[in-house]
Write a protein that binds this ligand. Structure first.
Ligand code: ADP
Ligand code: ASP
Ligand code: MG
Length: 438
């Protein structure tokens, strides 16, 4: 039995927590490979090491010095080393600072949180440290080169019964350090699980499992006992960031289950995320609810749009030209909308896109609205239970909230509702109450 364990930022936040991590790893001989994040927040207003490192990179870029932000990074790691009675960290920090200055790269600086915390954890556990840079490789297209990565890691782990691997980063085709997107240590954990041929990927965090809704918005949401890879993908992509939405790709082909566990309550059961084929369907209609704020909708109307060959193609060509990806594209007979992350449309991009769409397809009506939140109601059970949408829209209507957009995924696994940002929290609570507080 081989388990790969990934510990997140809160689990690594200070010496006491890292000692807890070591206890968890040592409590089960199957826990052979450990992937760690950078230290996260110790309390609400604290700053994550990764954020301090992004600030450090900015300082280096603008002033040529690491500045105050890196002083704070050093202080945090020195404090951790002191608490854990580990030696030699001062020297490593000095070398790291010099390298950050030399590299002058945002990704390199950001990756050093995981690098340092992995070295510390390896020392504490008395096992080898494997630098992700040597094993996790990105291709020229910027995407993970799975084949190369799994082969290198498999080779690297051979004959090493236990090890700590740094999360969040790897190396690009030019030999430079490159990070995943934020929260990416979850992906690193999945990569190691796959390469190690693990039976289980344990993802240790600060909540007792995947909850049916964001606990920062709904009080005490119910724990989801198990969910399928597909449900996980929908929920995490739509905002349930307890696990990075790309974490399933490395483990999916090897059918390795993921278990979410709480570092601070290791006795709690947690949540199992299972290959969709092995997932046992239960009676429940909705598995979970997630959501994200700040989207813009571009609404296009033209009579007989459906009969006009190439209409969609022309609109998509405009988006392609501007390098914009859209989240959803609900459409009707004579209407079509694009839901796009508002971040992508800043600095006049939206206006340019609208001008280009006008020119390309001459719509009868083109308008945009922003400050939209998307809420996804996810579950395999929805397709089998009659009246799910009636319940969903009934609950939203009773709360006096206006629905701005609806998109039912073609997979019948989700229904997505758009509401004004100001109604986001209220909508989540109303929908949660409808399906979970019956
Ligand atoms: P880590 O640092 O361990 O990777 P994250 O902060 O990335 O932890 O993820 C855990 C957090 O995700 C929780 O503390 C919680 O606030 C948030 N979260 C959002 N949606 C959910 C959900 N549906 N279930 C559990 N946690 C959620
Ligand atoms: N430390 C990185 C971040 O804050 C990666 C991670 O924690 O997964 O995003
Ligand atoms: Mg995380």
């Amino acid at each position: 039995m081989i388990k790969v364990c990934k510990f997140g930022g809160t689990s690594m936040a200070d010496g006491t927590n890292i000692a807890r991590v070591a206890d968890i790893v040592n409590a089960d001989p199957a826990r052979r490979y450990v992937v760690v994040s950078a230290p996260g927040k110790r309390y609400g207003a604290d700053i994550k090491i990764t954020d301090l490192l992004y600030e450090t990179a900015k300082n280096v870029r603008e002033t040529g010095a690491a500045g105050e932000a890196f002083e704070k990074v050093k202080e945090r790691f020195l404090g951790i080393a002191r608490e854990l009675k580990l030696e030699g960290i001062e020297q490593i920090l000095l070398e790291t600072e010099a390298e950050i200055l030399r590299e002058n790269s945002e990704d390199f600086a950001a990756s050093r949180g995981e690098y340092l915390s992995a070295r510390i954890t390896a020392q504490l556990l008395g096992v080898p440290f494997l630098d992700a840079r040597r094993y996790v490789k990105f291709g020229a297209d910027g995407k993970l080169d799975g084949e190369k990565t799994f082969a290198l890691l498999r080779e690297g782990l051979k004959g090493i019964p236990r090890a700590v691997v740094s999360g969040f980063y790897g190396e690009d085709a030019n030999g430079k350090v490159k990070t995943f997107s934020r929260g990416g240590s979850d992906i690193s954990g999945a990569i190691v699980a796959r390469a190690a041929g693990a039976d289980l990927y344990e993802n240790w965090t600060d909540v007792s499992g995947f909850l049916a809704c964001d606990p920062r918005i709904v009080q005490n949401p119910r724990r989801i006992r198990s969910l399928s890879y597909k449900e996980l993908r929908e929920l995490s992509y739509m905002g349930a960031n307890v696990l990075h939405s790309e974490s399933i790709f490395p483990v999916r082909e090897a059918d390795i289950p993921i278990r979410i566990k709480n570092t601070f309550r290791p006795e709690d059961e947690g949540t199992d995320i299972l290959p969709t084929s092995k997932y046992r369907f239960t009676e429940k209609t909705v598995t979970g609810i997630a959501g994200k704020k700040n989207f813009t909708v571009i609404f296009i109307e033209k009579s007989l749009m459906n009969a006009e060959i190439g209409f969609t193609h022309k609109v998509l060509t405009v988006l392609l030209k501007h390098g914009i990806s859209f989240e959803h594209m609900p459409s009707g007979i004579d209407t079509m909308s694009f839901v796009i992350d508002s971040e992508e449309l800043k600095n006049g991009v939206l206006e340019e896109i609208c001008r280009d769409i006008e020119a390309a397809v001459k719509p009868d009506n083109l308008h945009t609205y922003d400050d939209i939140s998307l809420i996804a109601v996810v579950g395999h059970g929805m397709s089998r239970n009659v009246g799910t949408s009636a319940r969903l829209f009934g609950a939203i209507a009773r709360a006096g909230i206006n629905v701005r957009m609806i998109d039912q995924g073609s997979s019948e696994l989700n229904i997505i509702v758009g509401v004004d940002n100001e109604n986001y929290e209220r909508t989540l609570r109303a929908v949660y109450d409808e399906f979970f507080n019956e």
